[in-house]
Design a protein around this ligand. Sequence first.
Ligand code: MSP
Length: 509
Amino acid sequence: MKPAFYVTTPIYYVNDVPHIGHAYTTLAADVLARYKRLKGFDVFFLTGTDEHGQKVEKAATAAGETPLELADRVMKRFQSLWEKLEISNTDFIRTTQERHKKGVSVLFERVMEKGDIYLGEYEDWYCTPCETFWTETQLIDYKCPDCNRPTEKLKEESYFFRMSKYQDQLLAHIEANPDFIQPKSRRNEIISFVKEGLRDLSVSRTTFQWGIPVPGNDKHVVYVWFDALTNYITALGYPEEGGDFGKYWPCDVHLIGKDILRFHTVYWPTFLMAAGLPIPKKVFAHGWWTVEGQKMSKSLQNVVEPNMLVDKYGVDAVRYFLLREVPFGLDGDFSHQALIHRINSDLANDLGNLLNRSTAMLGKYFGGILQAPGEETELDKAYREKTVAMIDQVDNFIEELAFSRALQAIWEVISAGNKYIDETAPWALAKDPEQRERLSTVMYYMLESQRVVYTLLSAFMPKTAQKGLCCLGWPEEASAEGLAWGGLKPGTTIAKAEALFPRIEEKAE
Ligand code: MSP
């Protein structure tokens, strides 16, 4: 039986349309899912939309729609973007689906039956965009400490979750599991937050209607974060604890942005502890994208629309750029110039050119028929060993979610390939009939190394990898077995490859 692997993205709010920030998390999850499938895992990859809450209700009113009409419309934009970006999710959950609502009610009820949710009264400062209550001391100039927008004082009857009760258990869990919260800097941030003391959390609202009713008291709707976080288990069939839930829970990794770390590493695990359910194995918070040096915002009209990027540059260039440009975990800046630069230098020059050059040479020297390699020289050995070592390096980097470093490791082998050609000078060997065997070996090594490269690239750039493998006379799907050196069979016909990535003229946008 294949080992199970469960990866999730946050579920996206439907009051906003998808931008590169959303695409980023989803792409990272997709690379991980594809890579794990390649390595033989049975992967469940979940994404979806967060459709309840005051924010969505307000956006719907502003648009003259019901919240569900708004959600129906916007969730389609997410779904079609994911198709365009070749996202290979297993499921797409919407918090308005019955399967989800049922699971949330059951979870809420179970925690309530245990006595960890109780009815009380709430008075505090509320930030609507963040759907978060703050104490007066946490506010900065009466503005939300997270987003700097105005807050309003609210008093309402509310159900509370006894989060304070789980403070020690949570801290012990974080301390005993150093990999639970990543990167490390974020882990320290959460440890300090928990050590400052956890207050009980308001988990219901009475000031609006758009949500899941609290079981037994429909004056209240369930707090949108209690509702949203539960998607990670309702998609697996919770409250049924067999089936997919039994197979995939606890989750291997929740991929999220740094702004929603506290919800995932304090609220979510304590809800689960109260319900007696296992805690996710890892939560990884990536950084934020700015655009040409500025925060992305509707008012600045600088929101980068991924559909437009894909239409202009192609899906794999966008996939490559977002994961290569910035180390996962750090903030980064998007610019068209940087994207064009990566396309021209990494994709057209390094990757595309190597395939183009090497297949052209095989055509010229051997009529496109791959020859059996002869004796291995030191130079060949070094190149083969570098190719083989890359497989483990990439594996380790992906395990650490260091996508950019994984790509760097792949590109080192691509550069080594271009260097290998320069050093072995096949054009000179071709002039000497006595060097036919040597030339055969050089051609074999050049093409075989690239076959391994494209197999690994299938996680990052599925279409390009498929094209590359197909050019190399490897019609099969990329697979772990395909990572073994020596896969290409002598006698295979390999046609000259077209340019995978045409150069783009660099001009200021
Ligand atoms: N609905 C909640 C998540 C609930 S998960 C149980 C939410 N949705 S969101 O649509 O506002 O944000 C989703 C993700 O997009 C977050 O992980 C957030 O960090 C990410 N990004 C939003 N803007 C971003 C950038 N500018 N850059 C990178 N990621 C950003 O929060």
